[in-house]
Design a protein around this ligand. Sequence first.
Ligand SMILES: Cc1ncc(COP(=O)(O)O)c(C=O)c1O
Length: 431
Amino acid sequence: MTQLSRRSLLAASLASPFAGGVSGLATAQSASVPPAPAGPDDEAYWARVAANYDVTGDITNVENGNWGLMAHPVLDAYKAHTERVNRDNSYFARRAYGPIFMDILEETATRLGASTDEIAFTRGATEALQNLIAGYNRLEPGDAVMMADLDYGSVMNTMRWKASQAGAETIEIAIPEPATHDAVLETYRAALTSHPNTRLLLLTHISHRTGLVMPVREISEMAHEQGVDVVVDAAHSWGQMDFTAPDLGADFIGFNLHKWIGAPIGVGAMYIRKGRLGDIDPNMSAGPGEVDSIHGRVHTGTSNFAAYMSVPDAFAFQDTMGWPEKAARLSHLRDLWVSQCQGVEGVEVLTPDDPRMHAGITSFRFSGMASEDENKAIAAYLLEHHQVFTVHRTGVTAGACIRVTPGYYNSARDMQRAAAAILDARQHFLG
Ligand SMILES: Cc1ncc(COP(=O)(O)O)c(C=O)c1O
């Protein structure tokens, strides 16, 4: 969605971003963020954004991929919602929550460019993707499901489980390294051509392993031409990048709101494209009245009301930064450390500079150090010697690596520190 259309859509809430949201509660103080950054390198602006986050001073945290911090206004709102829910108990849940929830769902669907009958809330991307993949009912014995080494481990396991239940084959491909737009497309084209029995393809929009951004729309189009359905793992992309659900061209998508939207932990969403509901079986707990609804495709039971109620507060805080602006900022923070490390002998940067192929996350590997233990040792060195916190990642065919994930509050100086630490570690390990 363009900045203009998103902004005009939300004009009313932008006028007073934290003045109560859908719950009607006076939730949180106004964020002290001016209306827009001069650019991704406007450190003064981004320092004001950072002032909205409580961040540990013990380390330089460039491991923001696990989940996203709540900004102060969101945390305050979450506390207020929690107090209300706790105080009013079932009286709230049974009488007040229904319309509040529907408003939140409508806002979420609108922001995703979807309609409310295409979106259901979940507790995270895991729950969304588990239900989408497990419920997929078009697999026949002899069909195949396809996935890649850069996909997420537990989601790959769900695909394997689904295939084994259906008597289908599992095809696992390796994404080329170094990755380029054309090479990735060619890899999927070749894989789909040589496995014409493929029925369901898993694509991860932003890989949690390397940060590589997949050209999901182009691959989805290619898959559809061959009659292959596409399920997208967008756990890391919504919020880190600016797009709508239809932009991806996929049939089924799992989202997180507790990573790059900054909602409390425990909020995700599933998307089933209009007309495709019948291809996902109702959840085992769905009642007869839910069979024709996306809400019958996931059954969470009693949920964290306050977490969902904080979603509009989280959106409002994201709006203060601007969605294309924050995407550009994260990419800029990535570029700051990458530009210092790329081209240095022995440092392999695992996303290309092509702006279509990366967002904020990017991993690196020291040449010849591809084992899990070696990469654990590198992450430990960065932490112990430079207080720079990263995480090692495994599962990439070419070998393990270290992931660097800047967050909204990180500064240019943080990224300089990360780069200096990586270069010192390179010297230490490779000489
Ligand atoms: C690519 C990817 N998919 C799925 C998930 C699962 O998300 P969650 O644990 O928030 O449900 C993650 C979590 O990090 C992820 O990175």
